[in-house]
Design a protein around this ligand. Structure first.
Ligand code: NI
Length: 226
């Protein structure tokens, strides 16, 4: 289940990210990588607890809270404070699966990574390469989105970022622990929610809407670990 969520950030917010990036000190991206992924990771990151990452991270978190599509697709229980990365020419991130458990630095909290997320912050025409490629049971999907758009995919997937061959690829990335751990259940709930919303537009007074909305909540009640 991959879901594209357009316009999570406004053009002004994307511009603010780029302004901060221009002034920031970038560090080696391997600081947050596990043993296997450190061997294939070649990029730069904003330091995790630096003021730049926190300012922009809070902006991303606030934007996610206002996104009904994100909430419906992910059913977030806990969101990792967003991180930011940069791929210059010839940088890439080879094939890996994200670590299952992430301690949240500066707290005693941990998060199980159910959903992985990439928020694109460079316009696609400003760089070549740098596609996020996600493998699932239906094959591999290459993703490169407009600045401000988000892609979410199951953290269980093998994925990589192809080498950047021109320009700079900037992005935010983070993980989410979902209230519904199983991706097939999450996907059913998402399809049901989207159908209910569509039906609500097409036949707003239908009594079936009450029933279907009830089914949605009763499934969520059975499956969610809030
Ligand atoms: Ni990854």
């Amino acid at each position: 289940m991959m879901v594209h969520i357009p316009n999570v950030l406004t053009p002004e917010q994307v511009a603010r990210c780029r302004e901060v990036f221009d002034q920031a000190q970038w560090a080696d991206g391997r600081v947050t990588a596990g043993h296997q992924s450190a061997q294939v990771k070649k990029n730069l990151q904003l330091p995790e607890n630096g003021p730049e990452a926190r300012e922009l991270g809070d902006m991303v978190l606030a934007a996610l809270e206002r996104s009904p599509l994100f909430i419906s697709a992910v059913l977030p229980q806990r969101v990792f404070p967003p991180l930011f990365n940069r791929y210059d020419e010839s940088m890439s991130f080879g094939s890996h699966v994200d670590n299952a458990i992430r301690p949240i630095t500066g707290t005693s909290l941990r998060l199980r990574t159910d959903v992985s997320a990439t928020l694109f912050l460079s316009e696609p025409e400003s760089y070549d390469g740098g596609e996020l490629v996600v493998e699932d049971t239906y094959g591999s999907h290459a993703v490169k989105l407009p600045a401000g758009d988000l892609i979410i995919y199951p953290s269980t997937s093998l994925h990589h970022v192809t080498p950047v061959t021109r320009g700079v690829r900037l992005a935010s990335f983070f993980w989410v622990q979902s209230m519904v751990r199983d991706v097939s259940r999450r996907s059913l709930l998402f399809d049901l929610d989207m159908s209910i919303m569509q039906l609500n537009k097409e036949v707003p007074k239908s009594p079936s809407l009450v029933m279907l909305t009830g089914v949605y909540h009763n499934l969520l009640r059975q499956w969610a670990e809030p």
